[in-house]
Design a protein around this ligand. Structure first.
Ligand SMILES: [Zn+2]
Length: 428
């Protein structure tokens, strides 16, 4: 509207100027050699204006003609982009609906329209993987990993595949590359930790497991497992294991063995005593009494070991057994009877009672009666505690970092009483 008003004003001004000039009269004269042209001023101006308009029109038409192929290309690119985006959306819907063949079709169309972009390559890989064509999926991931903008995504896909194929060396290499491409990515850290567990690289698994996530027995088990793999840092790893679970007998034994080896037998014994106070275990008692050759000295040593938790069933059992071995039957009977009447006795207590009555009563009618009584009690008593995988129930003869039956790391624990879940006894 405003433009129309301006045009009208301009037109009125032009007509007025032309009329004015005509009224004024006057000529424009051009002489070239002998030729002489003379026109009125208004006609001269009119020719000039018309000439300018025609020239401008011609130039504009030429420019528009020259830009035509580029405009055509841009229009085609925009159409491709629109169609490609629509195909990507349809592929995503097909993937979400679990129809990989449809997804592959749409993604092929999208790739034809948009070319190899991180989106189309990633979707290709996912669709191929869903269709069970792992080679084609890996090819797309490989292409993606060669691009600067899609490197991490490509490596992530390849790593996932390598872990599925259980190709551990390739998985470790890819995990390192992914870590370099995206330092500190939580996902890479988790995958590397999982990888370390799968390859039984306990030290790496320990280093990659966040302290908050891995506590208590699992941390202790992992630290001790790492110590068993790496002699260079074993000493500090063993201490780490013991501080994560102060009553963890295998860690206490390892620490004590190391201290004794370093010429500190008193500190070794103190470590065993501390572990016993936290959680009594027969292996600790065995190690504590190992270098006491005299039976009476063993009784004294057992008293020293157990003085923090005198009434614990394991304490009573070790006190009763050492007293019996030293011929202190009165003392042994007091401990073992207290244990039996506490209701916490397992099979070992009743078998110790059999031994004691054999010493006290000998091969007499009373002795045989007592033996039969204790054996019956032993048969129905809970079994002694043992190393058992809490995942599959397998009983192990000694502590191991990983249960070979179910390949679960850090779940073999010292369990008392109740029957094994699986009932299987491994020969490990
Ligand atoms: Zn198991």
């Amino acid at each position: 509207m405003l433009r129309a008003i301006w045009l009208l004003i301009l037109l009125v001004l032009g007509v007025w100027a032309a009329l004015f000039l005509r009224q004024m009269g006057g000529n424009v004269e051009i002489s070239v050699g002998n030729t002489f042209i003379g026109v009125p001023v208004w006609l001269g101006l009119l020719v000039l204006v018309v000439g300018f308009v025609v020239l401008h029109g011609l130039l504009s038409a030429w420019k528009s003609l020259r830009g035509w192929p580029a405009r055509l290309r841009a229009r085609r690119a925009a159409r491709h982009r629109r169609d490609g985006d629509a195909a990507v959306t349809r592929a995503l819907v097909a993937l979400a609906a679990g129809t990989p063949d449809q997804a592959r079709l749409e993604i092929r169309r999208a790739r034809g329209l948009l070319g190899d972009t991180p989106h189309t390559l990633l979707l290709t890989a996912e669709a191929e993987r869903m269709a069970g064509r792992n080679d084609a999926a890996n090819e797309a991931f490989r292409l993606l990993s060669q691009r600067e903008d899609g490197k991490f995504l490509g490596l992530r896909g390849l790593l996932r595949d390598a872990m599925q194929r259980e190709d551990w060396p390739a998985a470790q290499r890819l995990a390192r590359e992914a870590e370099a491409a995206q330092p500190g990515a939580a996902w890479v850290r988790e995958e590397r930790a999982a990888l370390a567990f799968r390859t039984r690289d306990w030290k790496e698994a320990l280093a990659l497991s966040p302290p908050g996530q891995l506590t208590g027995h699992r941390r202790a088990a992992l630290a001790l497992a790492a110590a068993m793999q790496d002699p260079d840092t074993a000493s500090s790893l063993e201490k780490q294991a013991l501080s994560a679970e102060p009553g963890f007998a295998p860690a206490a034994l390892a620490v004590a063995r190391r201290l004794a080896g370093e010429g500190s037998p008193r500190r070794a014994k103190a470590a065993l005593q501390a572990a016993w106070a936290a959680s009594p275990h027969p292996d600790i008692a065995e190690a504590f009494l190992a270098d006491e050759p005299d039976a009476l000295a063993r009784v004294k040593a057992a008293e020293t070991l157990t003085h923090e938790n005198r009434t614990h069933p394991e304490s009573r059992l070790v006190l009763g057994r050492t007293a019996l071995a030293a011929g202190l039957t009165g003392r042994a009977r007091a401990e073992l009877e207290a244990l039996v009447s506490s209701g916490q006795a397992d099979r070992r207590a009743y078998l110790a009672m059999v031994d004691m009555d054999a010493v006290e009563l000998g091969d007499s009618a009373a002795g045989r009666m007592a033996e039969a009584k204790w054996l019956r009690a032993a048969a129905s008593a809970p079994p002694e505690p043992r190393w058992q995988c809490l995942n599959c129930g397998t009983v192990h003869r000694k502590w191991e970092p990983i249960c070979e039956e179910c390949s679960t790391p850090g779940r073999i624990e010292w369990t008392g009483g109740g029957a094994a879940k699986g009932g299987a006894v491994a020969t490990t």
